[in-house]
Design a protein around this ligand. Structure first.
Ligand code: ZN
Length: 243
């Protein structure tokens, strides 16, 4: 039996403390809704929030995290740049990062993508079908052909991201738009997954298939013990060179 995966669930945790209608949906915060599910999957889970010292993301916490899950929305600008740089370095060194819903505009996701990450949106409570378009991918483990979300906030294309290494999900919305909803990337040794569903006023982080995808994504994004990295000047060839 291998060691349990170590997961940190990060939430800016502002909506839930300021809006009673949001607190009614997530009384313990979005981070705890996700964390408690991942614990039932046998993972070792801690949470961290924006208003903790160093946003709860100290060097020790990051060093002790195989995967970091990120939810933010109204306070992306309050995340300190030096903490973003620290998370970025840890991702390049192998920690997985899962960006959820409005984390498309987080500093860390934009830095990892290098694009605006802008999109189209609408809050009309419409239906969403998230189609599994890469059924053999580990993140699709245990799902049906699609996930249906009865009421959602729409995100529509164009979504200004680099082409994903693997696109696992595409969403259809009742209003007619489509969206790349499950996007996998490699950044140096680290893996990044963007997953679209979720909104602070809707119980989407209680949907069993959404939670299943998040757990699958943690397993996919976890580091592997691959080779050490060699960069820079490399004057000694492995084989003798001609001449
Ligand atoms: Zn939203």
């Amino acid at each position: 039996m291998s060691n349990p995966l170590r997961v940190t669930v990060w939430n800016e945790f502002r909506h839930e403390r300021r809006g009673p209608e949001i607190a009614a949906v997530y009384p313990d915060g979005i981070h705890n809704a996700i964390a408690s599910h991942l614990r039932t999957e046998g993972m070792l889970v801690r949470t961290a929030t924006l208003d903790e010292p160093e946003h709860g993301l100290t060097d020790d916490v990051l060093a002790d995290s195989d995967v970091l899950i990120w939810w933010g929305h109204m306070a992306h600008g309050d995340v300190r740049d030096e903490i973003v740089d620290r998370v970025y370095a840890r991702v390049l060194d192998g920690m997985g990062l899962i960006a959820l819903h409005s984390a498309h505009f987080s500093k860390i996701f934009k830095k990892l993508m290098g694009t605006s990450c802008d999109l189209k949106w609408r809050e009309a409570g419409e239906k969403e079908r998230i189609w599994v378009i890469e059924p053999g991918h580990p993140i699709a483990q245990g799902l049906g052909e699609y996930i249906e979300i009865p009421h959602c906030e729409m995100y529509g294309e164009r979504f200004d991201i680099p082409d994903p290494d693997t696109l696992v999900f595409v969403s259809w919305f009742q209003g007619g738009e489509v969206f790349r909803s499950g996007c996998c990337y490699h950044r140096n040794k680290g893996k990044v997954f963007y997953f679209r569903p979720g909104h602070e006023s809707l119980p989407i982080f209680r949907h069993p298939d959404v939670l299943r995808v998040i757990a699958n994504a943690v397993r996919w994004a976890a580091p592997v013990s691959g080779p050490g990295l060699q960069f820079g000047h490399h004057p000694e060839p492995l084989e003798p060179l001609p001449g």
